[in-house]
Each structure stands twice: as structure tokens, then as C-alpha cells.
Design a protein around this ligand. Structure first.
Ligand code: ADP
Length: 193
């Protein structure tokens, strides 16, 4: 099984490019953000706990997202691998993912880092707020906190994955959405070869 990670700050385009990659390589796309929003919409206890954290721009506990990921690994069949979007987001999650995969005799195939500057994060999230209506996209203070959370808790993953050569950086900032998507597809194709 292949395990690709789409990495990057909020608004980098992870969700935007995931579909094309998943289709090309027969991967199941798993977005922890989408799974959490589904729990919120369904009004579950987990959703209620997650909502208060998401609405502050904070991360939900590692154990919550890891439970969702492991259950997806255990239940989803008929694919050649997984495309993780928004997970892992802390070094602890990355270590736990490695342990989860080691138990299955697998490992992370590659991490595709979609890199954009903070200024682009702000611009894109503001645009997305109007289209998708996410509460955590609509407020400047929450956006600032998500950017801060990314730099303090998530960015250290770049070095974590660089250490053993699993990190592949991709410019997520220049050209059209299609240009960016083509760069991501070309990068992943080059990793496979
Ligand atoms: P984006 O990357 O565009 O900010 P996501 O949909 O990936 O949005 O995530 C939305 C929110 O869901 C995050 O700000 C965070 O609160 C929560 N979340 C998503 N994935 C994780 C994760 N792996 N660990 C902790 N919290 C997460």
C-alpha cells in the first residue's frame, strides 16, 4: 500500500488537488478536517468537542484524529493506498502514524509539501470563506491563530520527514489552480519512477 501525505499550511490547496491525485493512483483521500466537519454536522459528542477547538483555530487532540485515521485504514478496501490531507499535523501524530504503519508492515511513501507564504494563506482563506461558509475561515483572529498553530506545531514536521528523505517540496503559490495541480501531479509521478 502507498501512503502519501499532502502537507501544507491552511489554504495551500491540499483539498483542491487531492481528488486528481487520488483518482490517478487509486488512492482513498482522507481529510481529517472534512471528517471532523462531518462529525460536527452530525452533532456527535466528538463533533461537539472538536467544534470548540476548531472554532478557535486550535488543533483537536492527537488521539481523536488518530482514531479516525486508524479506523479508515482498517475499513477501507479496494484501493492501492491512502492520500492523507491535514494529517499528521504534529510531530506526535507523525510518530504515531509511523508506528501505526509499522504494525501493518508499511511506511509513509512520500510527503508532498505544498508551500505558500502566510500572505497567500490569508488571501485564499478569505476567498474560501465566501464560497464554503466555514466558520473557521470567516474571522481574522481565528485565521491568525491557525497560521500560528501551523508554524509552531505543524511546520516542525518538515524536518521530521526531511531527515529520512521523505519530504518533497512543491511550490503552491504561482500560476493558476491547474498549473499548481500539474506541478503536484508531476512531482508525485517523479517520486514513483
Ligand atoms: P485547513 O488545512 O484548510 O486549515 P482542515 O480542514 O485541514 O483545514 O482543518 C480544519 C481544522 O480541523 C483545523 O484547524 C484543526 O482544528 C482541525 N484538524 C484537522 N486535522 C487535524 C489534525 N490532524 N490534528 C488536529 N486537528 C486537526
Amino acid at each position: 500500500m502507498k501512503y502519501y501525505i499532502l502537507f501544507g499550511p491552511p489554504g495551500a490547496g491540499k483539498g483542491t488537488h487531492a481528488g486528481a491525485l487520488a483518482q490517478k493512483y487509486n488512492l482513498k483521500h482522507i481529510s481529517t478536517g472534512e471528517l471532523l466537519r462531518a462529525e460536527i454536522a452530525a452533532g456527535t459528542a466528538l463533533g461537539k468537542e472538536a467544534k470548540s477547538l476548531i472554532d478557535k483555530g486550535s488543533l483537536v487532540p492527537d488521539s481523536v484524529v488518530e482514531g479516525m485515521i486508524e479506523s479508515a485504514f482498517n475499513t477501507i478496501k479496494g484501493v492501492d493506498g491512502f492520500l492523507l490531507d491535514g494529517f499528521p499535523r504534529t510531530v506526535a501524530q507523525a510518530e504515531d502514524l509511523d508506528a501505526m504503519l509499522a504494525k501493518r508492515g508499511d511506511k509513509v511513501t512520500a510527503v508532498i509539501g505544498l508551500m505558500i507564504p502566510d500572505e497567500t494563506v490569508r488571501k485564499r482563506i478569505k476567498g474560501r470563506a465566501e464560497v464554503e461558509g466555514r466558520a473557521d475561515d470567516a474571522n481574522e483572529e481565528i485565521i491568525n491563530n491557525r497560521i500560528k498553530t501551523y508554524h509552531t506545531q505543524t511546520e516542525p514536521l518538515i524536518d521530521f520527514y526531511k531527515k529520512d528523505g521523505r519530504f518533497y517540496e512543491c511550490d503552491g503559490d504561482n500560476g493558476t489552480i491547474e498549473d499548481n495541480r500539474n506541478r503536484v501531479l508531476a512531482l508525485v509521478e517523479s517520486i514513483k519512477a
